[in-house]
Design a binder for this molecule. Structure first.
Ligand SMILES: Nc1nc2c(ncn2[C@@H]2O[C@H](COP(=O)(O)OP(=O)(O)OP(=O)(O)O)[C@@H](O)[C@H]2O)c(=O)[nH]1
Ligand SMILES: [Mg+2]
Length: 478
């Protein structure tokens, strides 16, 4: 991995633009100390908050030449012709390598507003250039301060749309996700070493490739990989939010449920079956998880109504894009959920379905209570009309999105991570088949490929193109 620092010194506002009490300008690179001397008149002591005034160029000073350690005699003279004050505030200096980027970093905490731009312009005059999006994080990554998954977690933390998403991103930033990927990769490395040793000693009496120990090692790696893949899948869902489609027979109470979850009358509800024709989307914060609910037209066998038929077609289409399906059943009219059994084969196989037994106010059986999480029920009893059981349904959905309250919660992940982990799992599966067929050399090759796939997640191997793509989606100043 590259550890050389970039030749350019970069500058950007780390706080959002506009009016504000305080704003922070950050400078990173080899010229940061020189810029501090020119702008502040001196280099602040490391890691000590130092009040200072930041000045325009003095009349006699030439642009871009700032940063000479002024001798004592010249200091007074310089003060006399010192430029006008741009702003004043707290300066913090972090010498390399003990800084966020691993380079010399100067942070200036001044006033917010238009003044920030004047300050940045002055710093550019002194030899810095404006940072590109994500460039500070990219340098932190290139200087081994954080790995790639952690760098991505910074962007996810900044973009987080809910508290749960932010907490998950924070866990990834702290390295929880990376550690699990690393542990899996280490176990895989040991497996590889074992297989390669077995290849190197083919004359040995013992059949290493068919040994119990090897099988145990393979199972162990597979377990670790499955766990981290499932966690990453949930994390990716939490990071980008979840799409939940509400489907079921006409009149089951789908639109009533959408309204109850949204907290207002988003959809039309009537006692006439076939009320909803089009898709209706509504974003709702479910226990901190951003969820988009989609209400659909009731599904039934046949209809003469062309509009209803089109509504059903759209419902079936959107079901395929769902992260989760709530299949609503009128529990009073269909207590055995026969409607669901009939529809079951038409539902997409890889999308989890929760059976929502609605209208339980008309039924004797009790509604669901508490907050089921890990061992989530696939069947929940509610009354969309009275709101009974909705708490349990919300908790169930939040858990399905990977958000569990309390310790050991989920971490943020991206589709890129899920794909790399899936690739590793597929390569491991191929290697297993080859080991069973005593094809040691081929298996060793696949294991190496699986190891590389895991490395991609944390950035141990990654093309410049991939890095450029990832960091350009960050915001400027981070
Ligand atoms: N008693 C009772 N009635 C309900 C409940 N939920 C919905 N209803 C009633 O059932 C009827 C149908 O409700 P909708 O929400 O329009 O049903 P839908 O599934 O959206 O129906 P379509 O759009 O026609 O497919 C309305 O008269 C609702 O008031 C419930 O929990 N209890
Ligand atoms: Mg409806």
């Amino acid at each position: 991995m590259a550890t050389t620092s970039s030749p350019d010194t970069i500058v950007a506002a780390a706080t959002p633009p506009g009016r504000g009490g305080v704003s922070i300008v950050r400078i990173s690179g080899t010229k940061a100390p020189d810029i501090a001397r020119a702008l502040l008149g001196r280099l602040p002591p490391p890691r000590v908050a130092t009040f200072s005034r930041w000045r325009e160029a003095a009349d006699a000073e030439t642009d871009g030449e700032g940063g000479h350690d002024l001798s004592v005699e010249r200091k007074d003279a310089a003060k006399d012709r010192a430029g006008e004050i741009i702003d004043s505030g707290i300066a913090l200096y972090f010498p390399a390598p003990h800084s966020f980027t691993g380079e010399h970093v100067l942070e200036l905490q001044g006033h917010g507003g238009v003044i920030v731009e004047a300050l940045i312009e002055r710093i550019v005059q002194l030899g810095a250039r404006r940072a590109r999006a994500g460039e500070f994080s990219e340098r932190a990554f290139l200087n081994d301060k954080i790995d790639l998954a952690q760098a991505e977690a910074i962007a996810d933390l900044i973009d987080a749309g809910s508290q749960a998403t932010a907490r998950a991103a924070m866990r990834s930033l702290q390295g929880e996700f990376s550690q699990r990927v690393r542990a899996t990769r280490d176990a895989l490395t040991q497996l590889r070493v074992y297989v390669e040793a077995a290849i190197d000693f083919p004359e040995e009496e013992i059949d290493f490739l068919g040994s119990q120990e090897l099988r145990e090692r393979v199972d162990y790696v597979r377990e670790l990989l499955d766990d981290v893949l499932n966690a990453a899948r949930r994390g990716a869902l939490l990071t980008r939010g979840m799409t939940v489609v509400i489907a079921g027979r006409p009149n089951a109470g789908k639109s009533t449920l959408l309204n109850a979850l949204a907290g207002f009358d988003a959809a039309i509800v009537t006692s006439v079956p076939g009320t909803t024709r089009d898709l209706l989307r509504q974003k709702v914060d479910v226990r901190g998880v951003p969820v988009e609910f989609i209400d659909t037209a009731g599904l039934r066998e046949a209809t003469d109504d062309a509009i209803e038929a089109e509504g059903m077609r759209r419902a079936r289409e959107v079901l395929r894009q769902a992260d989760h399906v709530l299949y609503v059943v009128d529990a009073a009219a269909d207590p055995d959920a026969r409607g669901y059994e009939e529809e079951r084969t038409a539902l997409p196989v890889d999308v989890p379905v929760t059976l929502v037994m609605n209208k339980c106010d008309l039924d004797e059986a009790a509604v669901s209570e508490g907050s089921p999480q890990a061992a989530a029920p696939s069947r929940i009893r509610i009354s969309a009309a009275t709101g009974a059981g909705l708490g349990a349904l919300r908790a169930h959905l939040a858990a399905a999105a990977g958000h569990t309250e309390g310790a050991g919660g989920s971490f943020s992940a991206r589709v890129r991570h899920v794909e790399a982990l899936q690739r590793a799992a597929a390569q491991l599966a191929i290697a297993c088949r080859q080991l069973a067929a005593r094809q040691g050399e081929l298996a060793a090759f696949e294991l190496r490929a699986a190891q590389a796939s895991l490395g991609e997640v944390i950035g141990d191997v990654g093309s410049d193109e991939l890095l450029g793509h990832i960091f350009s989606s960050f915001c400027i100043g981070k």
